[in-house]
Design a protein around this ligand. Sequence first.
Ligand SMILES: Cc1cc2nc3c(=O)[nH]c(=O)nc-3n(C[C@H](O)[C@H](O)[C@H](O)COP(=O)(O)OP(=O)(O)OC[C@H]3O[C@@H](n4cnc5c(N)ncnc54)[C@H](O)[C@@H]3O)c2cc1C
Length: 389
Amino acid sequence: MPDINPRASEHAEIREAVRAACAPFDSAYWQRIERESAYPDEFVRALTAAGWLAALIPEEFGGGGLSLTEASIILEEINRSGANSGACHAQMYIMGTLLRHGSPAQKARYLPAIASGACRLQSFAVTEPATGTDTTRTRTTAVRRGDRYVVNGQKVWISRVQHSDLMLLLARTTPLEQVTKRSHGLSVFLVDLPDAESRGLRVRPIENMVNHETNELFFDDFEVPVENLIGEEGLGFTYILDGMNAERILIAAECIGDGYWFTDRARRYAGERVVFDRPIGQNQGIQFPIAQAYAHVRAADLMRYEAARLFDDSQPCGAEANLAKLLAADASWQAANACLQTHGGFGFAVEYDIERKFRETRLYQVAPVSTNMILSYIGEHVLGMPRSF
Ligand SMILES: Cc1cc2nc3c(=O)[nH]c(=O)nc-3n(C[C@H](O)[C@H](O)[C@H](O)COP(=O)(O)OP(=O)(O)OC[C@H]3O[C@@H](n4cnc5c(N)ncnc54)[C@H](O)[C@@H]3O)c2cc1C
């Protein structure tokens, strides 16, 4: 059967190499990891060793020095292979904060170690239980005392903390009442994780719908050295916003990978499964939802390439990045539904992997950014409608 992705021949070398790196991690591997609620450590190690997770780190620091388009293809192929980038994608999303705003000393210290795999930067602590999406109301505080910041507060849904060496932390350094703009007074810190639990950080895992290592964090007089502040104190929120377009494009690519995976599985099964003496795919009731989902995946893919192209040309791409994320997350969810329905009861059987991927792709509607926040961006910043919050 021909590849349903007409652009599969573009960046063929990267695609083939990522597929080869993912190939040993087959269905049986993912089912075992899921059964044991384990973290896919061997998989992340293999991708790291092959250099894929350091794709966006410049060559001078030992990384791949690839473009965002190329990085997005890596994540697309990971998801297309049946795996889930959620175990390791954060390094690609968040490393930009260190790269763009870190001091020369921070970059020299951390980037080569991240590129070589000696150090993992996989955690990003923004969300809080009380404030949720309203990030500017972040309640976790970091108060400077001499050569340290003392952190107190709580975060929730912070992923991969138990499998990362470093975590980016957003905390308020100037009280909200004392800033002229809500987005001011927030700062970003690099937190060393390995011994953090003996220094005032409590980590409570959250059981959840997907096999995703994520946690509640409690900071109790937790100290961070001043040299771990990234950029200027008080400008952390701008640094986070800076990375949003890249993040949205990379998530879109993961959704596209899922979308092609579901479509592929659905069309194959539709051609093989015989009921009432004919392949179920002969019925348009089965064929059309798959065709429809495929059309949406293709359209979303075009928007993802356009957003990535603009990003790589250093042109504004906020509209395209948000549109790509919205369309791709919707398309992968539509493809997931079509695929599950095509498989009938077997779609629910663990051995087909569909129910797992179904749950995993559903997450993209909520995290790392929820659909409503994307719609709100489009409404306000692209269409010029009144600000809602
Ligand atoms: C598995 C998982 C992993 C995660 N990993 C991380 C992580 O590593 N680091 C991290 O910082 N966060 C992480 N998150 C958190 C995630 O980013 C948030 O769950 C998400 O941004 C939504 O925030 P919330 O859950 O607080 O929802 P809330 O802010 O409580 O909102 C609930 C719902 O209401 C909607 N809503 C809220 N306000 C408005 C409005 N004004 N208009 C329209 N709709 C609105 C939201 O879009 C959402 O759908 C993770 C979440 C999950 C589930």
